[in-house]
Design a protein around this ligand. Structure first.
Ligand code: CMP
Length: 139
């Protein structure tokens, strides 16, 4: 059975442009519940650790710079088959390839400033949610 929660980030440009409300609205309209939510400023070592899987990629340093450039909103959202359903809602990583009506099509600027992050597996959803909400033992 697929998991019932996933982890998401509203990234710095989307926060700066005033899209927290519209994005949370889209998430709830799509039938997701919000079970954990906070606005934070990432420290550089935290951003480096969170994106460590991309360490060898050419965009890693730029991605870390971007993610520490301003406040972000981190959240755990719930629905059946959450990872897959949430990835459909946000659209392709590159907003130029995202379908009409998806969060990235509506609110992203570029592949780096792509408005939101969504976990790519149940395993990563659990790891990422615990990274930002370490005191919770379940979501
Ligand atoms: P995210 O879902 O947060 O996971 C990793 C991020 O790396 C991704 O969203 C993009 O913002 C970024 N990313 C992925 N591929 C590229 C790329 N080719 N160039 C720049 N940034 C990228």
């Amino acid at each position: 059975m697929n998991g019932d929660f996933t982890f998401t980030i509203i990234k710095p440009r989307a926060v700066a442009k005033g899209y927290i409300g519209p994005i949370l609205n889209k998430i709830q309209e799509a039938g997701f519940g919000i079970s954990s939510l906070k606005m934070i400023q990432l420290a550089r070592p935290e951003a480096e650790a969170f994106y460590a899987v991309h360490k060898e990629r050419p965009f890693y340093q730029s991605l870390v710079d971007f993610m520490v450039s301003g406040p972000i909103v981190v959240a755990v959202v719930q629905k059946e088959n959450a990872v897959e359903n949430y990835r459909k809602l946000i659209g392709a990583t590159n907003p130029a390839e995202a379908e009409e009506g998806t969060i990235r099509k509506l609110y992203a600027e570029s592949i780096e400033a792509n408005a939101v992050h969504g976990s790519d597996s149940d395993e990563n959803a659990a790891i990422e949610a615990s990274f930002f909400f370490p005191s919770k033992d379940r979501f």
